[in-house]
Design a binder for this molecule. Structure first.
Ligand code: ATP
Ligand code: MG
Length: 448
């Protein structure tokens, strides 16, 4: 810089958050718990790209939806003119991959994914422009049993996470023919009350009237509450599917409320729709939403294949988890390696690698702008790391081929300090660390 002005700081893109180390244990707890629950139901992981062709989402999500109309981050690839979009949700990419790799050729599949999603929304509590979802998709199953399984999987997850007060709202939106009959009556009803419709509802009246039922406009609540209910148009197989689902849930004591206004904002859903909702997060109370989308795969050019899935918003779950408690602060390492002098520094590298070979976690003290650090300063760092042991290599130790092992905060007996032969120190540490409290600091637990 020629003048003395400091360069301007570059900040994160609005609505896109950093997850800082202080919150990492909570995220780890959420991810580990979710993955182990998914595994316990036989779901397999799938990872798809964050970028897809824009056309994929336009087709999969439906043109007259919040997402496709106004929330997608789309751009033209300057290299070749391709129209690309940062994925706003995970189902479209998962279904594309299922078809592209013919994953269901040998039978139905239970899949799950996690990762960042992008939507250009107005940032507010529980609503961000980059957010993370966990999702599951079960492809190739027809009956209400798989719908029930997905719901019970969520129930188990809330229990395992210690989250209470998440209620299940359930509805059926039937099949296309049933929705068409309901749609005609719905349009007639709204037309008869057109003076009560807001601008968005007026615009959607003929393109996606079902979405009007989803409105958050307080002035329209009375109107939509009295509107013709889709559930009243559902009969035959759709109704049997819904009744079948409810009877499995009843049999397993899974409470739910049927919410006839629950329609989901996405066009490809049919039959079962559900949401897990809490009152603890203000306006953004839906932590998980899902349902059946039997028509989608055929719309994509595949053989007609039924499918059902859900997606959960991880930031909203993290916020709920924060109300339960903070996880125990995990120690950063088992061993903090303190060293003084050039000879000791070279030996410290060798020793640190050997200790890691034995399966323990080691932080090796490294120089900073203020230098290599005094013995006292290094011991302070060792203490702050939460390590069970500090291993000290100084001039004396190097001369005697020993290391000093000092028990720290994380150790059972903190008065312990021993001089150990250099070649014996790894075994000594392994015994001491595992002997003291097992080696499970990777597992994060809540502390209430
Ligand atoms: P909403 O009505 O809140 O806009 P949605 O119908 O757009 O929700 P889905 O597309 O069903 O939401 O996404 C599933 C879940 O992902 C939501 O229930 C929510 O927990 C989470 N989610 C959706 N959009 C966001 C966002 N912008 N920021 C954070 N989480 C989100
Ligand atoms: Mg939305």
């Amino acid at each position: 810089m020629s003048d003395n002005k400091k360069p301007e700081k570059i900040l994160a893109v609005k609505g896109m958050n950093d997850i800082l180390p202080a919150d990492a244990p909570l995220w780890e707890l959420l991810e580990n718990t979710t993955e182990s629950v998914l595994k316990s139901y036989g779901y397999q992981k799938i990872v798809t790209p964050i970028l897809e062709e824009t056309g994929l989402f336009a087709r999969a999500i439906g043109a007259v939806t919040d997402i496709v109309e106004k929330e997608m981050y789309s751009f033209t690839d300057s290299m070749n003119g391709d129209l690309l979009t940062l994925r706003p949700e995970g189902t479209a990419g998962t279904v594309r991959a299922v078809l592209e790799h013919n994953l269901v050729y040998d039978g139905p599949k239970r899949l799950w994914y996690k990762g960042p999603m992008f939507r250009h929304e107005r940032p507010q509590r529980g609503r961000y422009r980059q957010f993370f979802q966990f999702g599951a998709e079960a492809v190739g199953f027809t009956g209400p049993d798989i719908d029930a399984e997905l719901i019970m999987l969520c129930r188990r997850l809330w229990d395992d996470l210690g989250l209470e007060n998440i209620r299940l709202e359930l509805n059926s939106i039937g099949d296309a023919a049933e929705r068409l009959r309901h749609r005609a009556d719905l349009i007639a009803y709204f037309e008869a009350h057109s003076e009560l419709l807001d601008a968005e509802a007026t615009r959607r009246l003929h393109s996606n009237p079902l979405r009007i039922l989803d409105t958050k406009n307080p002035a329209m609540q009375d109107l939509v509450n009295k509107a013709p209910k889709l559930l009243d148009y559902i009969a035959g197989e759709s109704l049997a599917h819904f009744e079948g689902l409810k009877s499995i849930l009843d049999h397993n004591n899974i409470p739910y409320v049927v919410n006839p206004r629950l329609v989901r904002g996405i066009d490809y859903y049919n039959r079962t729709v559900f949401e897990w909702v809490t009152d603890a997060l203000g306006a953004q109370g839906t932590v998980c939403a899902g349902g059946r989308y039997d028509p989608l795969i055929e719309m994509f050019g595949g053989k007609a294949t039924p499918a059902v899935g859900f997606a959960m918003g991880m930031e909203r779950l993290i916020e709920l988890m924060k109300e339960v408690g903070e996880p125990n602060e995990p120690s950063l390492c088992d061993v903090y390696l303190v060293h003084q002098g050039d000879g000791a520094r070279m030996q410290a590298f060798v020793l640190a690698e050997r200790i890691r070979d034995a399966g323990l976690d080691v932080i090796l003290h490294c120089a900073t702008a203020s230098g290599a650090g005094s013995f006292k300063a290094q011991m302070k760092k060792a203490d702050g790391s939460g390590a069970s042991f500090a291993v000290i290599l100084g001039e004396d130790e190097v001369a005697n081929h020993t290391a000093t092992v000092k028990a720290m905060r994380g150790a059972a007996d903190q008065s312990q300090q021993s001089s150990v032969g250099f070649d014996a120190v790894v075994d000594y540490l392994v015994d001491a660390v595992i002997g003291a409290h097992g080696h499970d600091h990777e597992h994060v637990h809540y502390h209430h």
